[in-house]
Design a protein around this ligand. Structure first.
Ligand code: AP5
Length: 217
């Protein structure tokens, strides 16, 4: 079973990916995480990536695809869960080609639908643990850390991503509308798209996704 989580910035892809991974034991591939890892390098390539990502623009298809191919080679024969990929039609076509070569395909594309004002609230409130990567939200009561700025799980300080501000959100959202939202039609045509109302609590969203998977088994 291969899954794509398709959604605007901060809609909850990472949050749902973690829950799906726990239940179905999938290979969670977040291109955002892979790119942030590469951007942490102190060389010219790392610095360039950091700049692009902080601005809110998409990284070029070439860079993303090379990095992904590398990663997929190391994870053969596993169920794949894509979070933040594909983000352009070109990326989607190349993903189909890559999977076809392995006699494989995408089974589900879950479109996490969230209103723009809620996305803004989620993005500006997100806080992440620097040690265990747990994600919190200071604008959503149920997702607040128990102690301000401290991770519940490991006690480490929380940080805010450099692209989690309103200015960068506006660019990320525009990039989504222009380059990523055409994928809705792309996957609708192949009848793989499932629209999920994701304005609700994360447990409710997760339940909707699981029902679809279970009903198709
Ligand atoms: P990426 O890391 O993929 O960022 P994104 O798409 O903007 O998504 P986020 O990670 O911000 O959010 P999310 O949907 O995972 O939400 P989360 O679960 O954390 O990409 C970053 C950058 O990398 C891009 O801008 C681009 O430059 C580059 N990039 C990455 N992939 C690329 C690609 N394929 N091609 C080109 N460039 C690429 O939730 C957000 C917050 O809301 C959290 O605080 C969470 O606790 C909270 N929350 C989650 N669900 C709920 C809920 N149901 N109710 C209330 N709060 C909730």
């Amino acid at each position: 079973m291969n899954i794509i989580l398709l959604a605007p910035p901060a809609a909850g892809k990472g949050t749902q990916a973690e829950l799906l991974d726990e239940k179905y034991h999938l290979n969670h591939i977040s291109t955002g995480d892979l790119l942030r890892n590469a951007a942490s390098r102190e060389d010219d390539f790392g610095k360039k990536l950091k700049e692009i990502m902080a601005s809110g623009a998409l990284v070029s298809d070439e860079i993303v695809l090379e990095m992904l191919e590398d990663h997929l080679e190391k994870s053969a024969n596993q169920n794949l869960l894509f979070d933040g990929f594909p983000r352009t039609i070109h990326q989607a076509e190349l993903l189909d080609e890559m999977l076809e070569k392995k006699n494989d395909k995408i089974n589900y594309v879950f479109l996490l639908d969230v209103e723009e004002d809620i996305l803004k609230k989620r993005i500006t409130g997100r806080r992440i643990c620097g040690k265990c990567n747990s994600v919190y939200n200071v604008n959503v009561e149920a997702l607040n850390p128990k102690q301000e700025n401290v991770c519940d799980k490991c006690g480490e300080k929380l940080y805010q991503r450099v692209d989690d501000n309103e200015e960068s959100f506006n660019i990320r959202y525009q990039e989504y509308l222009e380059k990523t939202s055409p994928l809705i039609n792309y996957y609708q045509e192949s009848q793989k798209l499932y629209r999920i109302d994701s304005n609700q609590r994360k447990e409710v969203v997760f339940d909707s996704i699981c029902k679809i998977i279970e009903n198709n088994k």
